[in-house]
Design a protein around this ligand. Structure first.
Ligand SMILES: *Cc1c(COP(=O)(O)O)cnc(C)c1O
Length: 744
């Protein structure tokens, strides 16, 4: 019996429809749907990590029957069930806006549910209840599956099932990050083990370390997209092999290489085992690149052609999105490791050791060099792109050596700027306001600027009131989390009591949430501590900041940054103004990104795109960031009666010396906060800037900036626009296939 049937058997008859909803992440896209589960038992909902299957299994029958007899609840359930059924048939429900299903079908009729886009990624961030993501790459993959579903683009995700997920962050008494992994009970996750017609799990086999490894497959439903997750944790595998897929980015190079084999080669074998023959292979990040070799391997079996000719064929249906802006970063393997794992594989491709290693080598003069998955992906993909215009330029420069016949501007790496799934990342309070003023039943697509032009119709006080509520909620949540953390560290009673004074809803609130790694410069705000204190603890125009983010387990410098931030959280002049929320994840992100007044982003340039600022813009927050990634495209300085949509830190172009750059950017940040941002925020309707007056007056110019930000960012930096661009620019066969560094 499938899991969904088991769950149905348990539910009272009037609630049976809940089971289908629980097993499709469509439920997670709007608060209206989420609350269908959360109100059954709010406390258990928290305890279950917002997982509806675990919730329904844990709630006592008594309570389920109570709900089953509530006519109001049953009405809502009926309403959402019929919406759900209509969605499964037609894609985006009319009143959600968005392209109707026929759009994708007209644009690309050759892409069909039988011949979908196969989207390979090492992480997928769909929701906090499915811990298969670490950060931006995974959330992008999750948002892509959701928008593909909304737009009616047939897409299947291919990823790995990590039973221990990604690490949880705990900061000890000295502020040092400790990592721990929670084991997740797969049987309580909203996914099905894929079985054949005899009820047996579908498995595929591949050789890793000269041993056969059996891989089973789980299916997660994401609206009309599916996510297939490969899993080696089977009792018929060697204990070492069972752990291949246990942790995201965990383990040593061998484990990471084994994961790349399972994702790539295993992923393609799995698709064929399920009778799915992709029209397009899209590698989001390079981890799945071995999959394209497997596609070539299959084609070679039925062909007289050699690898070079077959590779040219593979390139006609493969797309690669590169993410790292640094060529040396990650995802490279030593040649002898490649040999020990793949030595048995390359003969099937008709390749010698040298030919094979050359596929991943970007320095022809160094045959013993590292094998780069990015190079392999570039060599085997017909089209490649970076994730913002700037990033595209950087990639062309970075990889020009791979294309000796091309001038820089001819290097065939384009750009599609990232976007975020609007329904997922817009707080319900804001989404409701938008629907009210932009039209409840407006069929205009989300990506149409004319829809967002009506943002000016929202009365200032209503926008401000909703925003203020979201900020209050963030502050209450932050206090809860900090209090719990101090408790668990066994801190003194007065330290715990002090949390009652942490943050103030009337104070200008900044946010910073992302991975702590030196290049992201998470402590730029404190590079001059005296100046930082003067600005944050200003008597009339105070500023506060909430931090969140993890450091890579191996990144000592990143952990030291967190440790210093924790010291500033305790600094007598800053203790009420600086907070750190531990264990950043999608749930924290939703609250943090919707509740801040200003979002900071100031990585050392270049950065790929960044997406959290886009989520902030959807909720009316303002970005203050270096001119990089998506912000280099989105920033509008304002003027001529137009409000700016945020602020730019530093100058448009970076300087070479990192110390000079830090100094320049820190000065600029201080100057902006002190002379522009705080004065504007505290400038209220006919009121002086006395702290007491805040609740009364409205910051009219600030609100004008909020509207400018929503209006200019929302129609563009969403994943509907992004997926539509992938469809038309990358997935559609071009009349003349772009030839990328033909293998010779
Ligand atoms: C959006 C998001 C990210 C990516 O943010 P960047 O701005 O790209 O750094 C990372 N983690 C979580 C939980 C997110 O929601």
């Amino acid at each position: 019996m499938t899991s969904v049937l088991r769950l149905k058997a348990k539910l009272p008859t009037p609630l049976v429809a809940l089971a289908d909803l629980a097993y499709d992440y469509w439920w997670s896209w709007t608060e209206e749907r989420v609350s269908l589960f959360s109100i059954i038992d709010p406390i258990r909902w928290q305890a279950c990590g917002h997982n509806p299957v675990a919730l329904l299994e844990a709630v006592p029958l008594e309570r389920l029957w109570q709900v089953a007899e509530d006519p109001y609840y049953l009405n809502r359930l009926r309403h959402l069930t019929s919406q759900f059924e209509a969605y499964r048939r037609n894609g985006q429900a009319q009143n959600q806006g968005g392209h109707r299903a026929p759009w994708a079908n007209q644009v690309a009729p050759q892409i069909s549910p039988d011949r979908p886009v196969a989207y390979f990624c090492i992480e997928f961030g769909l929701h906090e209840s499915l811990p298969l993501y670490a950060g931006g790459l995974g959330v992008l993959a999750g948002d892509s599956l959701k928008s593909a579903s909304d737009l009616g683009v047939p897409m299947v995700g291919v990823g790995l099932l990590y039973r221990q997920g990604y690490f949880h962050q705990h900061l000890n008494r000295s502020g040092w990050q400790e990592e721990h992994y929670a084991h997740c009970e797969v049987n309580h996750l909203p996914m099905e083990l894929v079985r054949d017609e005899f009820g047996q799990p579908v498995t595929i086999k591949l050789d890793i370390r000269q041993r056969p490894v059996r891989v089973q497959v789980w299916r997660v439903q994401v609206g009309r997209s599916q996510l297939y997750l490969l899993d080696t944790d089977r009792s018929d595998n060697d204990p070492l092999d069972r752990r291949i897929t246990s942790q995201l980015y965990g383990g040593n190079p061998e484990t990471r290489l084994a994961q790349a084999l399972v994702l790539g080669i295993g992923g393609v074998r799995m698709l064929y085992a399920l009778d799915i023959e992709p029209m397009v292979y899209h590698l989001n990040g390079s981890h799945g690149a071995f999959g394209l070799l497997e596609v070539a391997q299959r084609d070679l079996r039925y062909s007289e052609a050699d690898f070079g000719a077959i590779a040219a064929q593979v390139r006609q249906s493969s797309v690669f999105t590169t993410h790292s802006p640094v060529s040396a970063a990650g995802n490279v393997f030593a040649a002898d490791l490649i040999e020990s794992f793949l030595g048995g594989y390359w003969p099937h491709l008709g390749l010698s050791r040298e030919d094979f290693l050359a596929l991943g080598n970007h320095r022809p003069d160094d045959p013993w060099g590292l094998f780069s998955m990015t190079v392999l992906a570039l060599r085997l993909s017909g089209k490649a792109n970076g994730v913002s215009s700037r990033h595209g330029e950087i990639c062309r420069e970075m990889w020009q050596a791979l294309y000796p016949d091309c001038e820089m501007h001819q290097v065939p790496i384009g750009a599609i700027t990232n976007g975020v799934h609007a329904a997922t990342w817009t707080a319900p309070l804001m989404g409701d306001l938008y629907r009210q003023y932009l039209g409840y039943d407006d069929p205009t697509p989300l990506t149409d600027p004319s829809r967002w032009a009506r943002i000016d119709a929202i009365p200032d006080d209503q926008l401000w009131q909703r925003h203020s509520l979201l900020k209050e909620r963030l502050i209450a949540y932050t206090r809860d989390r900090v209090r719990t953390a101090r408790h668990s560290r066994g801190e003194a009673a007065d330290e715990i009591a002090a949390v009652d004074h942490l943050l103030d809803p009337n104070v200008l609130t900044l946010g910073f949430g992302r991975r702590f790694s030196p290049y992201k410069r998470g402590e730029l705000l404190f590079s001059d501590l005296h100046r930082a204190i003067r600005i944050l603890a200003h008597p009339r125009r105070p500023i506060q900041i909430v931090f969140a983010g993890k450091a890579n387990p191996t990144d000592e410098e990143g952990k030291r940054i967190i440790q210093r931030l924790m010291e500033w959280c305790r600094h007598p002049a800053l203790r009420d103004r600086v907070a750190f929320i531990e264990d950043y994840d999608m749930a924290v992100a939703k609250l943090l990104l919707a509740g801040v007044d200003v979002w900071l982003n100031h990585p050392r340039r270049p950065e790929a795109s960044g997406t959290s600022g886009q989520k902030v813009a959807l909720n009316g927050g303002l970005n203050c960031a270096t001119l990089d990634g998506w912000w280099a495209e989105a920033y509008r300085a304002g003027g001529a009666g137009q409000a700016a949509n945020g602020w730019m830190i530093g100058k448009a172009n970076p300087v070479a010396d990192p110390d000079v750059q830090n100094q320049q950017d820190a000065d600029s940040l201080y100057d902006l906060l002190e002379h522009h941002i705080a004065p504007l925020y505290y400038q209220r309707d006919g009121q002086s800037s006395a702290l007491e007056g805040h609740r009364g007056g409205l910051p009219r110019q600030w609100i004008a900036m909020m509207k400018a930000s929503i209006h200019s960012c929302a129609p563009i930096y969403n994943s509907d626009r992004m997926v539509a661009e992938y469809l038309t620019q990358m997935y559609m066969p071009s009349p003349e296939p772009v030839v990328v560094n033909a293998f010779s």
